[in-house]
Design a protein around this ligand. Sequence first.
Ligand SMILES: Cc1cc2nc3c(=O)[nH]c(=O)nc-3n(C[C@H](O)[C@H](O)[C@H](O)COP(=O)(O)OP(=O)(O)OC[C@H]3O[C@@H](n4cnc5c(N)ncnc54)[C@H](O)[C@@H]3O)c2cc1C
Ligand code: FES
Length: 266
Amino acid sequence: MSFSGLSKVISNEKTGPQQFLIVLHSPELTKQAKPGQFVHVRVNGLSDPLLRRPISLHEIDYASGNVSLLYQVVGKGTELLSGVPAGAEVDVMGPLGNGFWIPEGVKRVLVVGGGIGNAPLLPLVKELKDRGVEQTVLLGGRTVDYVAGLEGFKSVGVTVETATDDGSLGRKGFVTQLAEDIFTLDKPDYFFACGPEPMLKQLIITADKYGISGQVSLEERMGCAVGACLACVCKIKVKTDEAGWDYKKVCVDGPVFEASEVVFDV
Ligand SMILES: Cc1cc2nc3c(=O)[nH]c(=O)nc-3n(C[C@H](O)[C@H](O)[C@H](O)COP(=O)(O)OP(=O)(O)OC[C@H]3O[C@@H](n4cnc5c(N)ncnc54)[C@H](O)[C@@H]3O)c2cc1C
Ligand code: FES
């Protein structure tokens, strides 16, 4: 059963323009956590905004009982979170969602992130490394400042390549173009991705062209995060011979789905 309660803030520091890393001491939550899961977080004691906000687990430290969240300030909830000082407490629920799974027999993978979508990929990259799976990590962003969490990925000791829209870091262009180069030159068995919807959509089309399957982590606005309110539904193909799709809840059926199942609205 997931944890729900107060967690102490160890630190909450600015890591980029409108980007923060918050470290929470939450042993009950941490011991159950796995890559790709998220927490539903609210600044304790404030009823406005009433709803919690979903943020992915960026680091999971089983030894210390700490988890960190890497987040971009985009509105009121994340703005309030950025103002919480070390030593205060925040109200968290988690870990939530299914998380990534590493399919049997996969030996070489591509991990692709875009912007703040890089956040949930770091624990996955660490687990792949621990399991001896060969990997290349591709991280994209609008500019060098928006390639979220880059130093953390580099510190794992895996191959990390970058792409930025303006060429301020790595290849000038989209991270999906880097991915296509790798699909052509050094085809991986599988891919994992998280990022903006247009990026995921393009990546899935490209991977499909090369016959490579994978998993994507989706983001939808959430209400309850426990499957009760239907705020977070997305379209997932039904697994029958018939063409068609059904609604699934990103909070409990995801946020990670098989790439081939996801139906994006155009
Ligand atoms: C499973 C999951 C994991 C996430 N992990 C992270 C993470 O690790 N780091 C991080 O910075 N953000 C993450 N997000 C997105 C984060 O939840 C939203 O940015 C946050 O809820 C915005 O709250 P707010 O009150 O600051 O902004 P609001 O005032 O609620 O919204 C501000 C703007 O952001 C847009 N927005 C809000 N929520 C979402 C969403 N879920 N997807 C796309 N656009 C949205 C709104 O449409 C609006 O334009 C995640 C979302 C999900 C569903
Ligand atoms: S957020 Fe309520 S059902 Fe998913």
